[in-house]
Design a protein around this ligand. Structure first.
Ligand code: ADE
Length: 424
């Protein structure tokens, strides 16, 4: 295959495309829901003529989503939603073999990251497909001049949805967005089982530590935190949860975990994993109390959960021990290890969520794009939930692919559920 392309792009090396092609095909085997949608899209062309600017983690799973949009008639342009999550071989393959303009290089710096978002917006998209809301933010701020054609968008992750709701509340949101994250078939699976497995995978690949017997502190008991705690427990860790929400804290207690404040947990933990969506969850007052050898990892969307500037200030020296593991030596001799520069550990030092869970998330994305192609004109400048019919459809196709059959209500049962007068 030729390595010469006229497609605009900025990727690490087009020669990596062969490896990317095989890995994309491998992931596709585990994405039957998306494959079913792709086949229908190829026939029906629901996205014909629509320009989509996607700002997502550039992975094998994302590649299969982008190819589904392309099969549906869309012209997609892709950039990375995180500087460290790009799989360079995938980026190369999408450019060389599928003519998709891609702007993403693993390890890109802040300026390159934003220049890639900018290049993506220069395609003058009709839809944005964002993961974390950086692209939408850019289209509402410095590059609002490029946002004139945007009709609607979708958002993949909890952090992005929070930012967009804040924009809607402040009445600055300029177009409707569907919160894909909030679909049951997204967050109940992707955030819990996906983040649970891939976070532990990232930590183990980065460090090769034995999880059994470690005291693992999980900050945040949302869907991601629940998944991380569950998988750490499954690997033999003693799990401690920290929370600010009393209901979630109670749930963690009744799920069998120890719950305490972070200052208390800081003294006890061997491995700290943040999944809160908030900043400075691990900060100076915690670093001061940590044991020698404490490991710090983040699984939240942004690299603000661990106060890295504070850690840097406290350190007498630092060195890279192995890829994705940096040692900070305190003046008193204690060593604290930061994994993956405090960025999403699951996508930085591993490959993100497995394909079979992204199958459902990205099936929601594809069906929401189709929905927006039909309905964007009728929507207000708000954040919308995923239509229930789409959520159900994704669950139904996934179950069919897994050859799992479920019962149906009988007519009498339906009638019973709709009535009130039959009691004891
Ligand atoms: N977010 C988490 N895991 C992912 C993956 N494998 N691909 C794209 N986005 C992700």
């Amino acid at each position: 295959m030729s390595t010469v392309t006229k497609i605009p792009h900025d990727v690490k090396d087009l020669a990596l495309a062969d490896a990317g092609r095989l890995r994309i095909e491998w992931a596709d085997q585990f994405m039957p829901t998306l494959a079913t949608i792709r086949k229908r899209f190829a026939k029906e062309q629901p996205l014909r003529g629509i320009r989509v600017a996607a700002c997502l983690h550039v992975t094998t799973e994302t590649a299969n989503l982008i190819l589904t949009l392309q099969q549906g008639g869309a012209q997609a342009v892709l950039c990375a939603s995180n500087p460290l999550s790009t799989q360079n071989d995938v980026a190369a393959c999408l450019v060389r073999d599928y003519n998709i303009p891609v702007y993403a290089i693993k390890g890109e710096n802040h300026d390159t990251y934003y220049s890639h978002l900018d290049a993506t917006l220069q395609s003058r998209p009709h839809f944005t497909m964002d993961d974390g809301a950086d692209l939408v933010t850019l289209a509402h701020t410095q590059r609002s001049d490029l946002a004139g054609d945007i009709r609607a968008g979708t958002e993949e992750t909890t952090t992005g949805v929070i930012r967009l709701r804040s924009m809607a509340e402040q009445k600055v949101l300029r177009y409707p967005i569907i919160a894909v994250n909030d679909a049951d078939t997204k967050h109940m699976f992707d955030n819990r089982y996906g983040t649970g497995q891939s976070t532990l995978d990232g930590i183990m690949r980065a460090t090769n530590v034995l999880i059994a017997g470690l005291r693992v502190v999980v900050a945040g008991y949302g869907w991601c935190g629940r998944g991380i705690a569950m998988r750490a427990h499954g690997l033999g860790a003693n799990v401690i949860v920290t929370e600010v929400n009393p209901t979630r804290a109670l749930e963690a207690v009744m799920d069998g975990y120890q719950v305490m404040t972070m200052p208390e947990a800081a003294q006890a933990g061997d491995l700290f994993i943040s999944a809160t969506g908030n900043k400075s969850v691990l900060a100076r007052e915690h670093f001061e109390r940590m044991k020698d050898g404490a490991l710090l990892a983040n699984s939240g969307h942004f690299n603000v959960e661990i106060d890295i500037p504070a850690l840097e200030k406290m350190a007498a020296s630092r060195r890279t021990m192995r890829e994705f593991v940096e040692e900070f030596r305190m003046a008193d001799g204690r060593r604290i290890y930061l994994l993956a520069e405090g960025r999403l550990v699951n996508l930085s030092s591993a490959e993100g969520h497995p394909a079979s869970v992204m199958d459902m998330s990205f099936a929601n994305q594809a069906l929401c794009a189709e929905y927006l192609a039909k309905n964007a004109g009728q929507l207000e400048k708000k954040v919308y939930p995923v239509p229930e019919e789409i959520d159900r459809t994704v669950a139904r196709i996934k179950l069919e692919a897994m050859r799992v059959h479920i019962d149906r209500l009988s007519p009498e049962q339906e009638k019973y559920l709709a009535s009130w007068n039959e009691g004891t």
